[in-house]
Design a protein around this ligand. Structure first.
Ligand SMILES: [Zn+2]
Length: 366
């Protein structure tokens, strides 16, 4: 009898409870979302500052789960970063919050791919992962020219997928090896710094990216030019890259943000200090990501702003300047090839890691 009552109760609950999935939109605000769903705004104000910052930056496209009881929210889950979510629970007519981990289904896979057509097509055909090709070309981009990749080149790749509800959320390349006309390029992910190195601990990337953005054209080079707004001969101490407003701008090297703000004719500007006496400047920006501030450490490739048309500018473009020991130099002439290598303890640790990794995964290094 008890069992039956329980069953009936369960079915009533199952009927009354409803789980809604809401897709976070660009422009959605956490505190407005609370208001719209009749949740007290004090939930937001009582969060620790660090979590407040995170809920203000929920990624558009993220899924919010709402457990409703007769259309009243009993529980809500907000993903706040790649690994954690904020849970709001109603208990005794009071709302409490806590941070709970997001669980992923993690799988390690491998693929051997012959490049018969072009890289992204062949990788997609073999793995059905669109992002994998982008990762591979990013890892080897400084070493291999993919536009002239000979047919019959082979790629072996060991990668990890992180899935949630059957959807791949993240792909991580653990090891990749290209064989191109008998020449072999190996790349191991170093778990200690998140970068890729060959089997001898040499980085696959130069200190600088070739350019801080994907651009349509260069509208002005480094050197003297007739200024289009000032109508005077002036030194142009950088490179002007043209593309659409909003194009992401990347830091060309690791460094520390030393300036963020309006800077005369450059308009909205970011300056980053790098090692070996280099400073880079990114001008005429439209905006910056919120996580970029003076003193922030950035890594090569991090998005530090969005292309704009602020300051003395005739159209949307990025002014990119490189300074070395206090003098502007031609960004197109910086030695990108100065490869970074692991030394000392970091190298020892990496070599020990890959030795174990090679053994565990039966990798036959060429
Ligand atoms: Zn310029």
């Amino acid at each position: 009898m008890k069992k039956i009552v329980l069953l009936i109760l369960a079915s009533i609950f199952a009927f009354a409870y409803k789980i809604d999935a809401y897709k976070w939109q660009k422009g959605d605000r956490f505190y407005l979302f609370l208001q719209q769903n009749s949740l007290p705004i004090s939930i937001y104000y009582n969060l620790p500052n660090e979590i407040k910052r995170k809920v203000r930056n929920i990624q558009p496209g993220s899924t919010i789960f709402l457990l409703k009881d007769n259309n009243k929210i009993k529980q809500a889950l907000f993903p706040i970063d790649a690994n954690n979510q904020l849970q709001i629970i109603k208990k005794d007519n009071k709302y409490t919050t806590r941070i709970v981990p997001i669980f992923y289904d993690v799988k390690q896979k491998e693929a051997k791919i012959t490049i018969d057509n072009f890289l992204s097509y062949d990788i997609y055909k073999a793995t059905h992962l669109r992002s994998l090709a982008a990762k591979i070309s990013d890892i080897f981009g400084d070493k291999i020219n993919f536009r002239t990749l000979p047919k019959g080149s082979t790629l072996s790749v060991l990668y990890q997928t992180k899935s949630r509800y059957g959807k791949v959320k993240d792909v991580k390349v653990l090891f990749a090896s290209f064989e191109i006309k008998g020449k072999v390029y190996n790349a191991f992910l170093n778990p200690y710094d998140g970068r890729y190195y060959d089997e001898n601990g040499r980085s696959l990337k130069g200190m600088f990216l070739a350019a801080p953005l994907r651009y349509r054209k260069i509208s002005s080079y480094f050197g003297r030019r007739f200024h289009p707004i000032l109508h005077k001969w002036r030194m142009h101490d950088g490179i002007d890259y043209v593309n659409r407003v909003g194009t992401p701008i990347h830091s060309v090297a690791d460094g520390i943000v030393i300036y963020k703000g309006w800077l005369g004719g450059y308009g909205k500007t970011i300056k980053i200090r790098h090692k070996n006496g280099y400073i880079t400047l990114y001008g005429h920006l439209r905006s910056w990501p919120r996580r970029i501030y003076v003193g922030k450490r950035v890594r090569q490739g991090d998005v530090i702003g969005y292309l704009g048309n602020t300051g003395l500018s005739t159209g949307p473009h990025l002014h990119f300047g490189v300074m070395r020991y206090g003098r502007w130099i031609n960004p197109l002439k910086i030695k990108r090839s100065a490869k970074t290598k692991l030394y000392g303890r970091a190298k020892k640790r990496f070599l020990a890691y890959i030795q174990k990794f090679i053994k565990e995964n039966n990798i036959a290094l060429k």
